[in-house]
Ligand binder design. Structure first.
Ligand code: UD1
Ligand code: MG
Length: 452
């Protein structure tokens, strides 16, 4: 089957006004990926023809970024789904073996489901559609069956009372045999309640031509369409459930999976544990045996083997943790390589830096990477010890095995194995506090006077 050529026509001419945003509907994201990217990913391996509306702001650029060879066609007037498909006539005329018609606002369709549609074509069907049985079929095209064969799809508005009682409905997506597609599509007319060219009429036309049409039953969430922000959130929930399930099936331990948010591209090694309430943005890889503790937020980060992150840690893009690194509570790491065994356990910002193997970053340490105009690098050597509440003013280099005394503001490089302390010397005034309390006890005000 893989030898069969396939064209996926993705319809994205829907204006999406019910989303109430200026962003095109297909560029909204679930699981950290745009709806368009989900659909293109499901169709990967197929040639892509994207059909957009006349003011398709950004869609073409986004599609070409994901699939540089994608062809983009404009449907100038919104005259129906069959009319939209025919906007890609030039691609259809090349007669690929299989044609898949997909909707950019139906992002949860699985690659396996598309493979089932194509398998029906390879077994001889000219048209294959996805059917499901929703709780309420109102609004959907009804699938009129005769035994195993699909004889027609009746749109809700055009259905008779008897047809409206059919509970098995059209999910919208369709597969067409490339050899017949153009003939079928060009025969579709618009004599119906909406005056639109319905793609669904392809079924009855194929039958008239002596060809076969079938319906393949699928799960409702495969064909969940998004028109509103509430449906976007519903699709996100379905996707999250799938991603968590796949991660757990691959061996990840999740204490409370329903509280963990993943991205479609999150990657886990073996024996990883995720505590409750962790968020994975795009581009995170977690290696074997790592533990991500509660309330951590990770994005564009790599967590090395056996590393510990959180609770309450934030890994921003470019955070790269080596083996057995510990990043603790209220520690933010950005564009920094933390080498094996290094620890930053409390309240720190490490940005634009390298922290050498086994180094210890004390509580409250800050890499001062930004001078208001430019970002600068901090390099901390292997085995260095940075005392608590230190500010390392970049660009700066702390040598291997060096110490920085607590509370220092370090502005010059520190050689290997040296100590840098930058703070005023401590003074002790014996009995001072006691004398202060005595003055207060006498009910006297200190005014401008000082305690001696
Ligand atoms: C469609 C199906 C219906 C099915 C339902 C499932 C048709 C005629 N009907 O109905 O049987 O039950 O989906 O949700 O196909 N589009 C264009 N240009 C157009 C018209 C539509 O690009 O001129 C795009 C839309 O942006 C959308 C998709 O095609 O992505 C489907 O169109 P929509 O109007 O939502 O069709 P439904 O009435 O939902
Ligand atoms: Mg629809």
């Amino acid at each position: 089957m893989t030898q069969r050529t396939c064209l996926a026509i993705v319809l994205a001419a829907g204006e999406g006004t019910r989303m109430r945003t200026s962003l095109p509907k297909a560029l909204h994201a679930i699981g950290g990926r745009t709806l368009l990217e989900h659909v293109l990913t499901a169709a990967s391996g197929a040639d892509i023809a994207l059909v957009v509306g006349p003011d398709h702001g950004g869609l073409e650029i986004a599609a070409k970024k994901l699939v540089p060879q994608a062809q983009v066609f404009v449907q100038h007037e919104r005259l129906g789904t069959a009319h939209a498909v025919l906007a890609a006539k030039a691609a259809i005329a090349r007669k690929p073996d299989d044609i898949l018609v997909m909707f950019a606002d139906t992002p949860l369709v699985r690659a396996e489901t598309l493979a089932q549609l194509r398998a029906a074509l390879s077994k001889g069907a000219a048209v294959a559609v996805l059917g499901f049985t929703p709780a309420d079929p109102a609004g959907y095209g009804r699938l009129v069956m005769k035994g195993d064969e699909l004889t027609a799809i009746r749109e809700d508005r055009d259905a008779s009372a008897a047809e409206r009682k059919i509970g098995f409905v059209n999910g919208g997506l369709m597969a067409l045999a490339g050899a017949h597609a153009l003939t079928i599509l060009e025969r579709i007319g618009n004599a119906n309640a909406k005056g639109e060219y319905y793609l669904t009429d392809a079924v009855a036309i194929a039958r008239e031509m002596g060809l076969k049409a079938v319906a393949i039953e699928t799960a409702e969430d495969d064909v969940l369409g998004i028109n509103t922000k509430a449906q976007l959130a519903q699709a996100e929930a379905v996707l999250q459930a799938r991603l968590r399930r796949a991660a757990m099936d691959a061996g990840v331990t999740m204490v409370a999976p329903e509280t963990v948010f993943l991205s479609a591209d999150t990657k886990f090694g073996k024996d990883v544990t995720i505590e409750p309430n962790v968020v994975f943005g795009q581009g995170v890889t977690v290696d074997d045996g790592a533990v991500i503790r509660s309330f951590s937020h990770l994005e564009g980060a790599h967590v090395g083997k056996g590393a510990r992150v959180g609770p309450y840690a934030r890994l921003r893009p470019g955070a790269d943790l080596g083996e057995d690194v510990h990043i603790g509570n209220f520690v933010e790491v950005k564009a920094a390589r933390i080498e094996a065994g290094a620890k930053a356990n409390h309240l720190s910002y490490i940005g634009d830096a390298r922290v050498g193997a086994g180094a210890n970053i004390g509580a409250g340490t800050i890499t001062c990477n930004y001078d208001g105009t430019h970002k600068h690098h901090t390099d901390i050597g292997a085995g260095a010890f940075i005392g608590s509440n230190s500010s390392l003013v970049a660009p700066i280099k702390i040598g291997d095995g060096a110490y920085v005394g607590s509370g220092s503001v370090v502005t010059k490089d520190v050689p290997a194995d040296a100590l840098a302390v930058e703070r005023s010397e401590q003074t002790i005034k014996e009995g001072w506090a006691k004398r202060l309390r005595q003055i207060k006890a006498m009910g006297k005000s200190l005014g401008n006077k000082k305690v001696k």
